[in-house]
Design a protein. Sequence first.
Length: 266
Amino acid sequence: MSGQALYGANISANGIRQHYLRYGGKGPAVILIPGITSPAITWGFVAERLAERYDVYVLDVRGRGLSSTGPDLDYGLDAMAADVVAFASALGLSKPALLGHSMGARIAIRAAVSAPRAFSRLALIDPPVSGPGRRAYPSKLPWYVDSIRLATSGIDAEGMRAFCPTWTDEQLKLRAEWLHTCYEPAIVTAFEDFHKDDIFPDLPKLTLPAMLMVAGRGGVIEKVDEEEALSLQPALEIVHVPNAGHMIPWDDFDGFFEALGDFLSR
């Protein structure tokens, strides 16, 4: 399910329109930052569960969903991180936790390094650990570009099943409906930055409690990556969801929340 949001809204922050969906409205604030081709609404089923305990704000990252897009924007990691810092400030959120998936986890790391006093803690869900001289990200760019182009022309849930064969009908319908809002140049830039912008040097700079959630079947983070991350940030808490691929809550919803536990409000 997409989940029932309290409301969706736009706010001007960091010089762009940032669209978000708010869930719950009570408890500690959490900003949820989705991955490379996931508009906010596609995380509704997760946000609805989080909203039982938290005040959840799910972002449309620039170039996706209903946030600002187009050829004049910077789609690099620093710009997206600055968006999150400005978003929290514009809404007057007091030290929200950040929960980022994939690209969103890289954004959360960079945001927390640039503005450590703005946030309380980081839940980093299977972030790409590729970079210069490192192992390539396992997904390939055509998987994203081809599906976006089909969605832009018009594709139904059944057509989307070829790209996401394990997803439910509801999840496929949402992706088919919203994927066209992912601006192709923004996606290409982000994907290329997975290999150009090394996130490991940021880890020693983190001053906030951080959890790294690893997908057991994702192929994104391997044991050697965990060891390097711990050598750079010994306080990092690492948890695993053994039976999930990279899209952890899609593959193992209960396992995702079991691994997350009470970390966001600890």
